[in-house]
Every structure is written in structure tokens, then in C-alpha cells.
Design a protein around this ligand. Sequence first.
Ligand code: SF4
Length: 261
Amino acid sequence: MAETGIKPGLMQYLFNNHIGNIIMSLLSIDTNAKTSKNTQFGYLTGILYLAPADLSGVNYCPMAELAGCKEACLNTAGRGVFNNVQEARLNRSKLFNTDKNAFMRQLVDEIGALSRKAKKLGIKAAVRLNGTSDIQWEKIKFKWFNKDQTIFDIFPNVQFYDYTKIPNRSNLPNNYDLTFSYSGATGFDKYNQRAINNGVRIAAVFDKPENIPVTFHKRKVFDGDKHDLTFLNPKNAVLGLYAKGKARKDTSGFVIQGGLN
Ligand code: SF4
């Protein structure tokens, strides 16, 4: 099977669900401007983009309402403006919602292929599973060689990483790094504060590049748009990002206006 090929289970699913001609692989490899910068830093990156929040009928983003990020979601940034991209995200989500085992098996195949490709290139593999979702993957187990395992168990040498708005994710595997995603929305501050108090790395979105401050909540701000390899930054860093897609028009408070919060 070619690395972007369709598994028989997936093909059957697409056929049964009349999903038409949008045939997809699960991982996008170096397709966004930021992850393509990752290769310069020694990582080949695969990102899984699903339909965020409750767009697929299942809510993948339990904090989205509180954080006010649903409207401003990165789902609409970059290639996300195209209908076929949105349709592919929805189709992946439908497969995840209806046949988790088939989905996870396909994911294992694709991460295996990514790892082999990275090895050939002499670089490392990195995977971000929550490109446009906030799923607690550390809790998702599936049968693999007669054992219930997480995706992290199967690829101990792959660096996984994500942004999250869930402040209390714990017992993370060694190869899964999280960065808490700050929101300036009213009522979200207690979650921001919890992450800050716990010494978790934070990413904050500012309205314009020129409004990204030097320090934020007494922590040094690093350029979060330089590359996407969050785990290369110190744990107590703030990663400053600027608003993209619909986030540029955000009024929910998720995007920090004028560099102050
Ligand atoms: S910004 Fe993150 S948490 Fe918010 S809706 Fe989008 S994917 Fe979900």
C-alpha cells in the first residue's frame, strides 16, 4: 500500500457512507507554512486535522465555548479556507466517530510511513494530532498486537506534541509534549492561571505581529511563528503567535488585542 493509499476498511467506510470523491490520508505532511519550516530544524512533521469543536456532531474541544475560540479557530486559516479541505476534515472526523479502530490502524500506518521517510532524510519525525481539535489522545486506547495501547506506546521514538485548552491533562507519556493555549476571554482566566501556576508552557495569540510583547505574565515571550516545534522551547516559555484566518476579526477575547492582557 502506498503511504497515501486508502486502507480497505477506510475504503469500505467511504463507500458505505457515500462520502464521494474526497479520499484522504489522515496526516498532512509539511503542508502548512509553519511546519514546513520544521524541516530546517531537523523534524519532518505530520499533522492530523479534524473538524473542530462540535462540527462533526461530536465535541472534540470541551473548552472551546469557555475560551471563545470556536469562531476564531485556526480551522479557517491557510488551506482551511477551501471547501475540499473542510470536507476532508469532516470525513476524517466521521471515520474517527464511527470506527475508531479503523481510524487508529490507518493512523499507525501513516505514522510508520512518516517515520521511515524522516529516517531516509536523516531527520526526526514529529506528529501533532490536534491540528484543529483538542482530544485527550493519552486516553485513547485501541487493540494493537492483542494489547490495549495508545498511539504513544506504539511509537516511542516519535515526538508527539499539541496545543491544548484543557488545563488539567496529566500522566502524559514521555514522547507527548503539550503547550497550553491561553485565551483572554472573560471567565477563562482561572484556567490560564492554573496553567501558569503549574509552570506549563503557554501559547498566546496576539492581534498583530507588532503587538507581541517581550514579556507576558512575567515570562519571556518566544517567537511562536518561527517554527511549530513547541517542545524545543523551555517549559516556562510563552510562545507569541499572531492572529490568522477568522481570528484576525476575533472579538471574543481569545485573541489578545494591543499586546495587553
Ligand atoms: S482553537 Fe483549538 S480548542 Fe478552539 S475550537 Fe479550534 S481546535 Fe478547538
